[in-house]
Design a binder for this molecule. Structure first.
Ligand code: NDP
Length: 494
C-alpha cells in the first residue's frame, strides 16, 4: 500500500481562513495568526487566527444563552438522538476528519480512522444511551410528625452550566468528544479550546455538530495559545473546567479554577505508567502487547506503559524480543497505510524527546533506537533502554514518547514498591497467567486503572482517570454524571 491521496474536500478545507466556531458561525480570528505545521514534513499547511477578548466573550455568551434556551428545552430523548446523529455524521465524514487529523498531528492514518473517527462515534453512542437514564433518588426524612403531617424528599441532577473544555494535541477529536458528549448529554453547553497544534479537526467537528442538531451556541470552539484557556477559566460565565493535558499545566489550571469562583474542575493529566512481567510471563505475548500499547501513536498516549519491571532471569530474552519487534516497525509518512510508526506531533515535543535520548545514553543501556531520523519532519526511532537503578530519572519523568525503560527485579514482593515509586498514578499493568497472584497485587498498586495482560485500552463503560498527580475526577461509565451535574435536594411537607 502506498501514500493515500488527500481528498479534494481536505485540500479545500486547508485553504480556508480558520479561526473559531462561535454561536453557530465559522468565524475568522481577530487575534494573532499562527501556522499549522505537518509534523511529517515540517511544512506549514494552514493558518489560524487566534481569538481576541470580544470573541471569547461572544463564545461564553453564546454558550450561556444555549444553556438557558434551546438546549434546556430539549428533552433527554432528543439529546440522545442528536448525539447519535453526530456519531453518524462523524462516520460519514470519517475520511475527511482522519486525513485532517493526520496532517496536523502525525498520527498514522489508520489510527486516525480507528480512534478519532471510530472510537469517537462509539463514545458518542454510549453517552447518547445515558440521556434518558440520568436520575435522582427518593428519600424519607426522619422529622417527627407533630400533627399527622408527613415528609418526603427527592434529589434532582441538574446540569452545572457552561463547561470550558481544554484539549491536548494527542487525540484532539476523541478527547474532545469525551467532554462534548458528557456535557451535552447532561444538559450543559461548552466552549472548547483545542491545542494550538491541532485546531482544525475540532472546527470541522463543530460544523458537523450544528448539522446534527446541536443548537447554535451549545458548542463553541475558540482557538489560540494556552492564554485563551487561562482566560476562559477566569470567566465568571464558566461553571466547570474539564482539562486534559500535562501535569504542570493541570496544576495551574486546578489552582486557577479554584481561585476564580471555586469553579469545578476535572483534571486528566499525565503518567509514568508501570508494567510488571511476573515470573510465569509468556514473554512473546507480553512484549507484543507492550509494543502495541507502548509505541502506538509514537508513545504519545497518556495511558501508555513507559517503565517495565522484568524478572532478572528473563531480562535478556525480553530485551531481545523488544529489539527485534521494534526493528521491524515500518517508519514513514503517516499518510502511508503500510506505515506503523510516524513522526512526533510537533517541534517542541521532538526537542524534548532528543533531551530524553541524551539522558538515556548517559544513564542507561540503550538497547535500540535513541536517535532522531535524518529526514524532514519530527521523526525519531522507537527506543528501548535498560535502566541501571530504580532511581534513574528515565524511570520517573514522563517522556510521553516512544521510549520504554526496563528494570530487572528479583522478587515479586518488590513490585508494589517499584511500581508505586512515582508521583503519578494513571495506569499500570501485570502480565501473567497467575491470576491469583495478580488479583492479590491489585489492591497494592497505586493507579486509576490496572490492566492484566493488556494496557492502554479505554472503554466508554469503564471509568478512567488518575490518582496522585495524574488527575482528579473520572470520565466514562456513570462517573461523569457527578462531574457535570449539581445534586439538588427537594423536601416536601404534606
Ligand atoms: P499541555 O498541558 O501543554 O496543554 C494542554 C492544553 O492546555 C492545550 O490546549 C494547551 O493549549 C492548553 N493550555 C496551555 N497552557 C494553559 C493554561 N495556562 N491555562 C489553560 N490552558 C492551557 O499538554 P499537551 O497539549 O502538551 O499534551 C500532552 C500532555 O497531556 C502529556 O503530558 C500527557 O500526559 C497529557 N495527556 C493526558 C491525558 C489524560 O487523559 N490523562 C490524555 C492526553 C494527554 P496550547 O497547546 O495552545 O498551549
Amino acid at each position: 500500500m502506498s501514500r493515500i491521496d488527500l481528498l479534494l474536500s481536505v485540500r479545500a478545507y486547508l485553504e480556508r481562513p480558520h479561526g473559531h466556531f462561535i454561536d453557530g458561525q465559522y468565524q475568522t480570528g481577530n487575534g494573532p495568526a499562527f501556522g499549522i505545521t505537518d509534523p511529517a514534513t515540517g511544512e506549514v499547511i494552514a493558518q489560524v487566527a487566534g481569538a481576541d477578548a470580544a470573541q471569547l466573550e461572544a463564545a461564553v455568551a453564546g454558550a450561556q444563552a444555549a444553556f438557558r434556551g434551546p438546549w434546556a428545552e430539549t428533552t433527554p430523548y432528543q439529546r440522545g438522538v442528536v448525539l447519535n446523529r453526530l456519531a453518524d455524521l462523524i462516520e460519514a465524514h470519517g475520511e475527511e476528519l482522519a486525513q485532517l487529523e493526520t496532517l496536523c498531528s502525525g498520527k498514522s492514518i489508520h489510527l486516525s480512522r480507528l480512534f478519532e473517527v471510530g472510537q469517537s462515534a462509539v463514545f458518542l453512542r454510549y453517552y447518547a444511551g445515558w440521556a434518558t437514564k440520568i436520575t435522582g433518588e427518593t428519600l424519607t426524612p426522619s422529622f417527627p410528625s407533630q400533627a399527622g403531617e408527613r415528609y418526603t424528599a427527592f434529589t434532582r441532577r441538574e446540569p452545572v452550566g457552561v463547561v470550558a473544555g481544554i484539549v491536548p494535541w494527542n487525540f484532539s477529536v476523541m478527547i474532545a468528544i469525551w467532554k462534548i458528549a458528557a456535557a451535552l448529554v447532561t444538559g450543559c453547553t461548552l466552549v472548547l479550546k483545542p491545542s494550538e497544534y491541532t485546531p482544525l479537526t475540532l472546527l470541522r467537528l463543530a460544523e458537523l455538530a450544528l448539522e446534527a442538531g446541536v443548537p447554535a451556541g451549545a458548542l463553541n470552539v475558540l482557538n489560540g495559545t494556552g492564554e485563551i484557556g487561562a482566560r476562559l477559566i477566569d470567566h465568571p460565565g464558566v461553571a466547570k473546567v474539564s482539562f486534559t493535558g500535562s501535569v504542570p499545566t493541570g496544576l495551574k489550571v486546578g489552582q486557577q479554577a479554584m481561585a476564580a469562583n471555586l469553579t469545578r474542575v476535572t483534571l486528566e493529566l499525565g503518567g509514568k505508567n508501570a508494567a510488571a512481567l511476573l515470573p510465569d510471563v509468556d514473554v512473546a505475548a507480553a512484549v507484543g502487547g507492550l509494543i502495541q500499547t507502548g509505541y502506538v501513536h509514537q508513545g504519545q498516549v497518556c495511558a501508555a506503559p513507559e517503565r517495565v519491571y522484568v524478572p532478572r532471569a528473563r531480562l535478556d530474552e525480553v530485551a531481545a524480543q523488544f529489539a527485534a519487534a521494534l526493528g521491524g516497525l515500518t517508519i514513514g509518512s503517516p499518510l502511508n497505510e503500510a506505515v506503523q510508526f510516524g513522526p512526533l506531533a510537533n517541534r517542541a515535543h521532538f526537542d524534548k524527546m532528543l533531551g530524553f535520548f541524551e539522558l538515556a545514553h548517559q544513564e542507561g543501556q540503550v538497547v535500540c533506537g535513541g536517535r532522531a531520523l535524518d529526514r524532514p519532519g519530527y521523526f525519531v526511532e522507537p527506543t528501548l533502554v535498560i535502566a541501571r537503578a530504580a532511581s534513574d530519572r528515565l524511570l520517573h519523568e514522563e517522556t510521553f514518547g516512544p521510549l520504554i525503560c526496563l528494570l530487572p527485579y528479583d522478587d515479586v514482593d518488590e513490585l508494589p514498591g517499584l511500581m508505586n515509586d512515582s508521583p503519578f498514578g494513571l495506569t499500570a499493568s501485570l502480565w501473567t497467567n497467575d491470576l491469583s497472584r495478580a488479583l492479590r497485587l491489585i489492591p497494592q498498586i497505586e493507579a486509576g486503572t490496572v490492566y492484566i495482560n493488556m494496557h492502554t485500552f479505554l472503554d466508554p463503560a469503564v471509568p478512567f482517570g488518575g490518582i496522585k498527580a495524574s488527575g482528579q475526577g473520572r470520565e466514562f461509565g456513570s462517573a461523569f454524571i457527578d462531574d457535570y451535574t449539581e445534586l439538588k435536594s427537594v423536601m416536601l411537607r404534606y
